[in-house]
Design a protein around this ligand. Structure first.
Ligand SMILES: [Zn+2]
Ligand SMILES: [Zn+2]
Length: 123
């Protein structure tokens, strides 16, 4: 059983636009399509042609290139292994070694450090 406390993210390398974001596989809640997203710079591609300009860009939210549903809000979610197998473009890209699937930890909202309370002292 996967640990629900540790969201897993399947990713296929790192973003060429920002250089730091992992390119996660995201399943759209609107059309169930699998797209590639960088949640560092909020861009999405529809397939493995990651040297092309991204299909959509966003800021607080990111629209699906297929149906414009928000890729960040539920029911959109990080793509599961089963969904990878059901995605034609993705299985094709993996079969032809155009992408390498890796598993990482999903990005979480940045948690505040509980120990980082302001150092208040009564004078
Ligand atoms: Zn990026
Ligand atoms: Zn969609």
């Amino acid at each position: 059983m996967p640990d629900p406390e540790t969201p897993r993210m399947l990713y296929v390398g790192f973003c060429r636009m920002c250089g730091t974001g992992a390119l996660g596989l995201r399943t759209c809640g609107g059309c169930a399509g699998v797209v590639v997203v960088c949640d560092e710079c909020d861009v999405a591609w529809i397939d493995e042609d990651l040297s092309d300009p991204p299909a959509t860009t966003g800021s607080e939210t990111l629209p699906c290139p297929h149906c414009e549903a928000s890729l960040y809000d539920p029911p959109s979610h990080w793509t599961t292994g089963d969904e990878v197998q059901q995605s034609d473009w993705l299985t094709h890209a993996l079969d032809h070694n155009r992408l390498t699937l890796e598993v990482g930890q999903a990005f979480l909202p940045e948690a505040n450090d509980p120990d980082e309370d302001l150092d208040r002292k009564d004078s």
